[in-house]
Design a protein around this ligand. Structure first.
Ligand SMILES: Nc1nc2c(c(=O)[nH]1)N[C@H]1C(S)=C(S)[C@@H](COP(=O)(O)O)O[C@H]1N2
Ligand SMILES: [Mo]
Length: 526
């Protein structure tokens, strides 16, 4: 839409009567005012959240509401495409959408301030609506969105009026100063809010914890682990390298001193446990490999750690589940739920309520202060992080988060094997080429790993002895590539579990109960 005012704004010409028309700055400045008002909204929201609760920050509540409402296909696509960066992509997308809407609001405000303010108010309302519907919402949760939107509306009003008053001559400098002040205010509130959130977070609670020595320590690592070649996945996954999968946009902020777990439902007697109660129990330490059901064949959503915790079997025995119960419905502080088969938690395996990971208190992203870990079950049906509630119930009665989104109610881990070395599309010298990787079939164990070159006969790889059937194992195969000839070659791997079942060749996508098929790698021999 081109009007005379736009022309005068650009050129500062005079009107037809020779009178100067009040020059008006170009739209870009007002779009900038809109974007900076939105930034101030988020900054003040963050600062308020620092006081009220980190999980009540506007972007966090809106993002959380989006995550819980996007259709399953889109969510699966996001995890597949962006992996563990899916949350970053969501935040960037939200930021882009907000920036566009805010720029539009700014441009509208140039003509009609009231209409621009309505857009800001609507954005605030979205924040409030998201805040009150979050599972962990409190009466104060809408406050960051309300105060943020108030600050944004105020900023938009002031900035718009100031920009309208700037004349053509001193215009650009003055406008830059006006918007610069706004940008500094937005950055200061956002940065201050971030610092406040961090200082009041559970990180401080975690730093203060000294875990007791295990009453029942983990076995030592067998001497042969990590035999090389370089590029083979380490047997023990460092905490910093451990995959992270969850639906929480901001890491739930749970202090150990505030934590308690309630076990109830179809039980003879309810039980409530505090963090101190838990640490006072004789703890057990075990090596257990976790796997995500979203892991593709050859994927990396799998990791092995030394977990310190208390057997779930003991706690469940204390509450005396009723005869008809067959499911433990676990809920975390952020509202995530999962359905674990009661039988799998009480059959003697090392299912535990974990407080430690590789000798440290659980990192916050991995469930601090307390999570579940169950050998043999995919994480989405067993490994509840930030767990605070266990209801003993039935599969007929209840369905959990991912089951409601099309995934199977039960999720035993499928036998899998992966080639780490050589990497796909690597070029290797004719001669001896080590092929190596990992294989897992938690709680059943891996009995055999075989390699096939160019779809030829299967030949056994050497399995590096692992600590127990509950962890993955490393395997190595020496390939004499000189016999293969120069050019492209396909390497495949398959594992056989402790029950004698060989990994199926049938290719299945992760949905609904885990991927299957053989991992393969194509290399070029020089
Ligand atoms: N509270 C909560 N616990 C959760 C999830 C979640 O989204 N929220 N995801 C589960 C899934 S799908 C997996 S694979 C494991 C991953 O645990 P990690 O992030 O510590 O590797 O956590 C499980 N526990
Ligand atoms: Mo998962």
């Amino acid at each position: 839409m081109s009007t005379q005012e736009d022309v005068t704004a650009a050129g500062g010409q005079e009107g037809s009567a020779g009178q100067p028309i009040a020059p008006r700055a170009g739209r870009g400045w007002f779009a900038g005012a809109g974007v900076l008002s939105a930034a101030l909204t988020l900054g003040v929201g963050q600062l308020t959240a620092g006081v009220v609760s980190p999980s009540a920050a506007p972007l966090v509540v809106v993002g959380g509401a989006v995550i819980d409402r996007v259709p399953p296909w889109l969510k699966d696509f996001a995890i597949r495409t962006f992996g563990t960066n899916d949350k970053l992509v969501l935040l960037l997308t939200m930021g882009a959408v907000i920036a566009v809407l805010a720029a539009v609001a700014g441009v509208i405000a140039r003509r009609r301030l009231g209409a621009g303010l309505v857009v800001v108010g609507l954005l605030g309302l979205v924040g409030v609506a998201a805040a009150v519907t979050r599972p962990d919402s409190s009466p104060l949760s809408p406050l960051p969105s309300v105060l943020g939107a108030g600050a944004g509306a105020y900023a938009l009003t002031v900035l718009t009026r100031r920009l309208l008053r700037t004349g053509p001559g001193e215009g650009p400098q003055r406008r830059t100063v006006i918007l610069g002040v706004a940008a500094a205010a937005a950055a200061a509130t956002a940065g201050g809010g971030q610092l406040l959130v961090r200082s009041r977070s559970a990180e401080a609670s975690r730093d203060a914890i000294r875990l007791p020595a295990p009453a029942d320590p983990a076995p030592p690592l067998p001497p042969g682990v990590d035999p090389g070649p370089s590029g083979l996945t380490p047997y023990v996954t460092r905490n910093a390298d451990f995959y992270r999968i969850d639906t929480a946009l901001s890491v739930p902020d749970v202090k150990a001193e505030d934590w308690s777990l309630r076990i109830h439902g179809m039980v003879g007697e309810e039980l409530t446990l505090t963090y101190d109660d838990l640490l006072a129990l004789p703890l057990r330490e075990r090596w257990i490999t976790l796997t995500c059901v979203s892991n593709e064949v050859g994927g990396s959503y799998v990791g092995n750690a030394r977990w310190l915790g208390y057997p779930l079997q003991e706690l469940l025995a204390r509450v005396a589940p009723s005869a008809g119960a067959d499911m433990v419905y676990a809920t975390s502080t952020d509202g995530f739920t999962l359905s674990a088969p009661l039988a799998d938690l009480t059959d003697g395996r090392d299912a535990m309520l974990a407080v430690g990971m590789n000798g440290e208190p659980l990192p916050r992203e991995h469930g601090f202060p307390v999570r579940m870990v169950v050998p043999g079950l995919y994480g989405y049906v067993s490994a509840c992080k930030w767990v605070t509630d266990l209801e003993i119930t039935t599969f007929a009665e209840k369905t959990a988060y991912w089951t409601d989104r099309g995934w199977s109610a039960r999720g035993p881990i499928k036998t899998a094997s992966r080639i780490d070395v050589p990497q796909s599309f690597a070029t290797v010298r004719a001669g001896r080429v080590p092929i190596a990787g990992v294989a897992w079939a938690q709680h059943r164990g891996v009995d055999k790993v075989e390699v096939s070159i160019d779809r030829g006969e299967w030949a056994p790889a050497r399995i590096v002895p692992s600590v127990s059937d509950d962890t993955w194992c490393q395997w190595v195969y020496d390939w004499d590539a000189s016999g293969a000839g120069a050019g492209s070659h396909t390497l495949q791997v398959r594992a056989t579990d402790g029950t004698g079942q060989t990994q199926t060749q049938d290719v299945a996508a992760p949905v609904p109960d885990g991927a299957s098929g053989w991992d393969s790698v194509t290399v070029t021999v020089e």
